[in-house]
Every structure is written in structure tokens, then in C-alpha cells.
Ligand binder design. Structure first.
Ligand code: LMR
Length: 350
């Protein structure tokens, strides 16, 4: 009898406990939201396409950005990274973005100059003495104007990433004097200022996608090209070139872009996560870019497969002199402020 009573009491307690457990799990405020459990359709997917390898400043930053966004959004926002131009090749990725087939890209600034030609200011030869000067320029009035230009064209510029300074490579001879360029053909990025730079040196140019450079060199379709140490090494360009001039003559950096229409329809909370993540990644990326270019230069020195010449002060002065007419033409077309606001010129005013 006592035994039965005890059993009934025990079953009642058990029922009470399980009912309250079931009730509490139905309360919306108690439901833990695990975005990993959300179906693919419910997640926000951002396809980030780029054209360089994974072991490059841009490639590594894109990956880091994706994992930060995943972490901060608890899996609700998924950034899928497609490197090496697998999805969209160089020259086609902006189209892909505007068609909303991909939602994020990070083209070199030279490649957005057909939309906002003023960005060519960054391609002016010997415009910057250091990466710090580039940052100063872009963080000032000119930077705001350039960013606004992109918004006007329907883009949302989320961030700016560095690669570094470009160096000259070629197959034929050491490039030390302006006249050494005469008659050689170089692959260039699509920027009018870059084309003019070689034109002033009496060299020919052709604009090709980055992923074609190695083959063009291999088949002797071009004599040379200009790029950063990390891009040269990651695409093994040096194995097809005899000479490298460490000239640091031009800047190569990226604008991280979304289509404005896509950005505007994202929930505010998601926009905040993307902005916080890009800020964190950008600080890291800049340091990574500096380190990777240093390491790549060391690799080039160690391989002993390419003859490296470091441009002397006097040689640099001659190159600058030869390239001066480009500045006047740029000023005539876009106004003096782009030149006057260069940190090296601002310093001279004081
Ligand atoms: C190039 O085309 O040389 C560069 O834009 C490649 C890159 O994106 O770094």
C-alpha cells in the first residue's frame, strides 16, 4: 500500500517536471537561436569572388573575413570565397557583381577606373613615397570623393585593402634608365594612366587579365609586366623573367565592393556585422600584405633565378623626370587637387 502511494507520488512529480520543461522550451524568449541549424534558404549567402591565389594578402583576408562574419553572425551570414578567378575571371567580376550573381569582389583600384576615372590618381607613377602616404591620401578629402564616386556608380565600397608597390620585370634587359623601356611590350591593368606611363617610356602595352600573364610571358607574347613582389611570386611570374627592377613606382591596392542595391536591402544588424568584420580584417590585412611582400622579395633574392636591380636615387629622378608630363595631363583633366593633396606635395607647402 505504502509502496503504491509512493509510486503514484513519484509519477505525478515526474509529470509536473516534464510539463514545465515542455512549456518552458516553447517560450519564445527561452528558445536558443542556433543559426547553424537554419536552412540554406534562410541564411544570407554572400559570394565573394576574386582573381588571386589563396596565399596572397587578398586571398587570406577574404578567408579571414568569411570566418569572422560567420562567427559574429552565428552562422546566419555565410560568405563563400571563390579565389583564382574560378567563378569570374579578371575583367568580368564587376559585371558579375552588378548582375548580382556574386555579391562581393575586391578588384585592384586600377580596375574600377572605367567607372570612376579619378581613381587613376592612385596609378600616378611615384606618387607615394610609402604605403603610409597612400593611407593618408585615402583617409583625407580625396579618399571621400573617390568613395562617393563609387556610390554614385551603384557600388558600396566596404573597405580598402593593400597589396603594395609594383616592380618592373622583363625578359630582355635590366631596366635602369628610361630609354631601356624603348620598344618593349608590357602587360598592364586597364588604367589609362598606367598605359601613359609606358607610352612616355616609349614602350608598348596590352591589357590582359591577371591570370593570363604567366602564359603570355611563357609564349613570349609580351616582354614584361609590373606587379607587387607577392603577386609575382604567387603566380611564379619570376620564373619567366630574367630581370626585375625594384622601382616601387606605383601602388597596388584593392577596394572591397558590394553592389549598393544589395547592401541597402541587408538588415541593419547584418550591415553592422560586415562593417565590424571588415574593420578587423583590414588592420590585419595591411600588416599581412607588408609581411608577404617582404617575404616574397626574400624568396626572389634566394631563388637566384632573376637578376634584381634596386633603382638608385639618381635613376629614380630620371624616371620621374621622364614621367612628369602625365601629371600635367592628369591635372588638366581632373583638377589640381588630386596632385596637390598628395602627402609629398602637402609637405612641400609647409
Ligand atoms: C593584376 O591584375 O595585376 C592585379 O590586379 C592582381 C590583383 O588583384 O592583385
Amino acid at each position: 500500500m505504502i509502496h503504491n502511494l509512493f509510486r503514484i507520488k513519484f509519477v505525478m512529480i515526474l509529470m509536473l517536471v516534464s510539463t514545465s520543461l515542455i512549456l518552458s522550451s516553447c517560450q519564445p524568449q527561452n528558445r536558443a537561436v542556433d543559426h547553424e541549424q537554419i536552412s540554406r534558404e534562410e541564411r544570407i549567402v554572400i559570394r565573394f569572388s576574386h582573381i588571386v591565389g589563396e596565399k596572397t594578402p587578398k586571398g587570406m583576408a577574404a578567408r579571414r573575413f568569411a570566418s569572422l562574419v560567420k562567427e559574429k553572425s552565428n552562422g546566419f551570414v555565410e560568405v563563400q570565397v571563390f579565389p583564382n578567378g574560378y567563378l569570374y575571371r579578371d575583367g568580368e567580376e564587376i559585371d558579375g557583381l552588378l548582375k548580382n550573381d556574386i555579391q562581393m569582389i575586391a578588384p585592384a583600384t586600377a580596375k574600377i577606373t572605367s567607372f570612376v576615372p579619378e581613381w587613376q590618381a592612385l596609378d600616378l607613377p611615384f606618387a607615394f613615397n610609402s604605403i603610409g602616404e597612400v593611407h593618408e591620401y585615402l583617409e583625407g578629402e580625396i579618399g571621400s570623393k573617390l568613395m562617393y564616386g563609387l556610390q554614385r556608380e551603384g557600388f558600396y565600397p566596404l573597405g580598402l585593402w593593400d597589396n603594395g608597390f609594383k616592380q618592373m620585370t622583363n625578359m630582355t634587359k635590366p631596366l635602369t634608365q628610361p630609354r631601356d623601356f624603348r620598344g618593349l611590350k608590357f602587360r598592364i591593368m586597364p588604367s589609362e594612366i598606367i598605359r601613359q606611363q609606358f607610352l612616355e617610356l616609349e614602350a608598348g602595352t596590352q591589357s590582359n587579365s591577371f591570370n593570363e600573364v604567366y602564359q603570355l610571358l611563357e609564349k613570349n607574347k609580351i616582354d614584361g609586366q609590373e606587379n607587387t613582389y607577392s603577386n609575382i611570386v604567387s603566380k611564379r611570374i619570376h620564373t619567366q623573367q630574367k630581370y626585375l627592377t625594384a622601382s616601387n613606382h606605383g601602388y597596388l591596392g584593392y577596394v572591397v565592393l558590394l553592389k549598393k542595391e544589395f547592401w541597402d536591402q541587408l538588415p541593419e544588424e547584418v550591415q553592422k556585422i560586415l562593417q565590424e568584420s571588415i574593420k578587423e580584417v583590414t588592420d590585419w590585412e595591411k600588416e599581412m600584405a607588408r609581411k608577404m611582400n617582404e617575404e616574397s622579395l626574400q624568396e626572389l633574392k634566394d631563388c637566384k633565378c632573376v637578376e634584381i636591380h634596386f633603382l638608385s636615387k639618381e635613376e629614380k629622378r630620371l624616371w620621374e623626370e621622364a614621367l612628369k608630363p602625365i601629371y600635367q595631363r592628369f591635372e588638366d583633366r581632373f583638377g589640381a587637387e588630386y596632385i596637390n593633396q598628395l602627402p609629398r606635395n602637402k609637405g612641400a607647402e609647409h
